[in-house]
Design a protein around this ligand. Structure first.
Ligand SMILES: [Zn+2]
Length: 628
């Protein structure tokens, strides 16, 4: 039947993208010296039918300030680039107090990051909560801070008085907006990464958010050009750059240190710090073993440093490849374009890596293997950049190597074992149905070495079909399924499974149980005397049965990557009964105060990113690793 109101060609004519002006990094980065206009960038975001707020299909900007309890109004954004006030693209300082521009800046960067993830993963990406729209407060509080909150289903950006007394708005910092959005996206993809686990996993959320934020800033040629040839430099804004200025150490000094110096100048301690620290981190393989780097934020900086050093090395090598032997200078614009292109390719590689990472207990080596594997699958020919080799080498200088279970030659995950049984599963259902995937696991549990009995509860968390696009339009169809396992073991069961735990923990577990039993007995006495009924001692069940019943939770799980024909390509998992890993994890959690013995079971303390960022603002480096 024909639709008279909207012919087919009108639908096809709707543009997929919209271009908007944003601040390239933050207002302190000026185009022509310190008093020049703010450096702006033009970015593409998915086109949509916006209503004032702005409110779109995935983002809802609510300009409410919880400190002053003031609503700053619903902002009606310009419909297109040509409708923007002329001062926006020019970087007129008046946009610093233009809240309509602030709303556009934050909306566009959140949408750009979301689109970046959806492109890399080849599918729609949801938030971790059950609504479609992420709430974003551009001026949410008077605080030198910004955070993602799962509970509040959104991002909150603070503002504060800067060194000059003028207000500083975190919603105007490119890296801060992308960093917080990345937390929200990673939380939607890997909900268990906020659970207490290992120092690496705690560090990963922060380090990864910084990696994506920094690569996002670097993927704007405007910004890279400015960093390479700042207007203040001798012979500034030159069209050419000397050969000596594009070696790896020189790029490290100019571009990387340049960006580090520019980022978050006003927001000392809270933001800008990570890159500044990372750019200076001297690579030694023992770094991660030192006590200072057990603290999650500090540890996250090592991940950032490894990725960025890999980036600089790829870039330097690529520039040398571009010229002819003996060439003494290069066009700045061309070098900047290369840098932006490599930053973009790397961002895609690392976002895709998320699908190949185990859903629980991530360690840095796993993240590296995941990135190498994801990239090999969609970009088999790496001869142009040698990205994977550079990445591996850079990680190795920080002592991060693929785990032993990975392929020794390439660092990628080993392929799934052959001879799996597909007879009893339906290919079509496997692309979307959790029960069907569980059936596949069940039928193949022996070959896949997944323990589905022995008291481990197993749940398939997600099944996601994706179409990933590589260079030259090469497409890769995959289905990614994620499962999760939990077992609660008594001290005797832990011992039988070979999982050794600290003696002091076992003593505390028994002690907590004894104290709870005492409370219960007292409550019962009071009840017998005619007082109020016992006010639930823990779960209200009798404590005086077998003492060994107090349990400790252990977690495991994996991802299954199927090819377009429904055959399993990779199975990346952390065995719930892996004695050595679990022992290490429990020891770490106990020693850092994150494992709390209770009457019936030990509990893990939940982490919150808003708390985490607040600590960081107060200089978390002086705070020992507690309740991350
Ligand atoms: Zn963060």
């Amino acid at each position: 039947m024909k639709n008279a109101k909207r012919p087919m060609d009108a639908v096809a004519a709707l543009p997929a993208q919209r271009h908007v002006t944003v601040i390239a990094q933050d207002p302190s980065v000026r185009a022509n010296g310190p008093s020049g206009p703010i450096l702006m960038a033009k970015i593409a975001v998915p086109a949509e039918d916006l209503i004032p707020g702005p409110i779109g299909y995935r983002v809802q900007v609510v300009d409410y300030d919880s400190t002053t309890r003031r609503f700053n109004g619903a902002h009606d954004l310009p419909e297109s680039l040509k409708d923007e006030p002329p001062g926006w693209a020019k970087g007129d300082a008046r946009l610093l107090t233009d809240f309509r521009f602030h709303a556009q800046n934050v909306y566009a960067l959140v949408m750009k990051t979301l689109a970046r993830f959806e492109f890399a993963l080849g599918r729609r990406v949801g938030w971790s909560f059950h609504t479609h729209q992420l709430k974003v407060s551009p001026h949410g509080m008077l605080d030198a801070n910004a955070f993602y909150s799962r509970r509040e289903e959104g991002l909150v950006f603070g503002y504060f008085a800067g060194a000059s007394g003028e207000p500083v708005y975190t919603c105007l910092s490119h890296d801060i907006v992308v960093h917080e959005t990345t937390h929200a996206l990673v939380d939607g993809l890997r909900e268990r990464y906020l659970d207490p686990s290992s120092p690496d996993q705690a560090a990963f959320h922060e380090g990864f958010a910084d990696v994506i934020a920094i690569l996002s800033v670097f993927s704007q040629p405007e910004m890279v050009r400015m960093l390479l040839a700042p207007p203040t430099r001798k012979g500034g804004d030159a069209a050419l750059i000397d050969r000596a200025d594009v070696t790896a150490p020189a790029l490290q000094q100019s571009a990387l240190f340049g960006l580090a110096a520019q980022m978050g100048q006003e927001i000392q301690g809270s933001r800008g710090g990570p890159l500044r620290q990372s750019a200076r981190l001297v690579a030694t393989p023992q770094l991660l073993d030192s006590p200072e780097f057990q603290e999650p934020h500090r540890r996250g900086e090592v991940l950032v440093a490894a990725v960025l050093n890999g980036f600089i090395n790829v870039w330097a090598a690529r520039i040398q490849d571009l010229g002819v032997p003996g060439q003494q200078s290069y066009a700045v614009a061309r070098v900047a374009e290369q840098g932006a292109d490599i930053a973009d390719t790397l961002a895609t590689m690392w976002i895709r890596a998320l699908d190949y990472m185990p859903p629980v207990h991530l360690e840095f080596g796993d993240a590296l293997s995941a990135a190498l594997t994801a990239d090999t699958e969609v970009r088999p020919d790496d001869s142009r950049y040698d990205l994977r080799e550079h990445m591996r080498k850079a990680f190795l200088t920080y002592g991060i190597a693929p785990p032993r279970s990975a392929d020794a030659a390439t660092g990628t995950w080993e392929h799934a074992p052959g001879g799996l049984n597909y007879d009893r599963v339906r290919f079509e259902s496997m692309r979307s149905d959790k029960d069907e995937v569980f059936r596949f696991l069940w039928e193949n549990r022996k070959d896949l070495e997944v323990e589905l009995r022995k008291g481990a509860y197993t749940e398939v968390l997600s099944v996601r079909p994706c179409v990933r696009v590589g260079p030259d339009g090469f497409t890769l169809r995959e289905t990614v399924a994620e499962y999760y396992q939990v077992a609660r073991l008594t001290p005797a069961e832990l011992e039988r499974a070979g999982i050794t735990v600290p003696k002091s923990y076992l003593v505390a577990l028994a002690e907590a149980r004894r104290a709870a039993a005492e409370r219960q007995a007292k409550a019962r006495e009071r009840a017998d005397d005619g007082d109020a009924p016992p006010a639930g001692a823990d779960d209200g069940r009798d404590a005086d049965d077998d003492e060994s019943l107090a349990t400790t939770p252990i977690y495991g799980g994996g991802v299954l990557i199927f090819d377009e024909y429904g055959r399993l390509k990779y199975h990346v998992h952390n065995d719930v009964f892996h004695a050595r890993r679990q022992a290490r994890r429990l020891k770490y959690l106990w020693e850092t105060g994150q494992l709390e013995p209770g009457l019936r079971q030990a509990r893990l303390q939940a982490g919150r990113l808003s708390t985490l960022h607040r600590l960081r603002a107060l200089d978390a480096r002086r705070v020992p690793a507690e309740g991350w």
